[in-house]
Design a binder for this molecule. Sequence first.
Ligand code: ZN
Length: 388
Amino acid sequence: MLLFDAHLDLAMNALEWNRDLTRPIDEIRQRENGMTDKPDRGRGTVWLSEMRRGGIGLCVATQIARIQHNAYSPVFGWRSQEQAWAQTQGQLAWYRAMEESGQMVQIRDAQGLERHVNLWAEAPPASSSSSSSFSSSSSMEMGFEKEDNDENADDRKRRLPIGYILNLEGADSIVTLKHLERAYEQGLRAVGPAHYGPGVYANGTDAPGGLNAKGREMLKEMQPLGIILDVTHLCDDCFWEALDLFSGPMWASHQNCRALVPHNRQFSDEQIKALVERGAVIGAVLDAWMLVPGWVRGKTTPEGAGLTLEKIVEHIDHVCQIAGSARHSGLGSDLDGAFGREQTPADLDTIADLSRIPTILKARGYSEENVTLIARGNFVRFLTEAWS
Ligand SMILES: [Zn+2]
């Protein structure tokens, strides 16, 4: 089944973690053995080949660069907005390189989205060995050279490009509103104004306080461009203000439920209700501390906490219960968001394991139709409507 993952930091991993995401997973894990500069060395779970293996053929991929607001900020940040802009441009250059080599394809409009969904839908299932249903011209279109007439369906599926929609996580890198227009031209289709802490435009996780004048101006500018507002990471004050000010399409790309795990990073039932009323889709996230209460980073282990993939389904189900339907839930795994297997469900080895979520949903009584909505249908519908 084709899956849509609404939140991955692919370019950040390529450039800041120095990971070649096109290589086999074992090779990269081995290479990182003994490295300690990042918390998840040797335990990464997201690689392009693993995405293909799990059927995650569509994702929202980020550009991400923050600035450091003050010397006390515990998270790394650039000293200036210009530096942050340059960082996000470097990330864009990596996505472009992946497009040129046929590994990825940028989705920027409804036609491109439909074409890409059809490409994956028409591909034979990974277990099939029939090669006749896949024309050689489409593999040429994807930028892959056809190597071998005997290549089987599995191989071909492994070569499909990953479609990505570009999302900016934290808007500090937008130096002026002209930069926002330029970014739109480059394919940027969603913006989350804030990340962790205070931001140039809005306050994020752990930083209370409403939008400033620049933030209000940015929301106004996003609307005519048709840029989606990603409300994830907005602090409560900014969240409610943004909902009042912004009348365009909005989603929460990677977001779990406060009722199940209390923290200001999570959304309250009231916030979820408000998003449902606005037609939003909420991507459930697989970062362990957002799945189970009382998680202590670096101490709690997935096994110790009894954390399995079932937990993400509890958050999905909570959103569905509030919405009264399965039309507002999706996946936004964040699986490469500076954590690896030390901070994901114990029964997850790589991102390919997302493909087990549909089975868990079915076991919980979700119909085939609703499972497909959660797996990809809701985000695909949302984007199609936002872009039409
Ligand atoms: Zn995030």
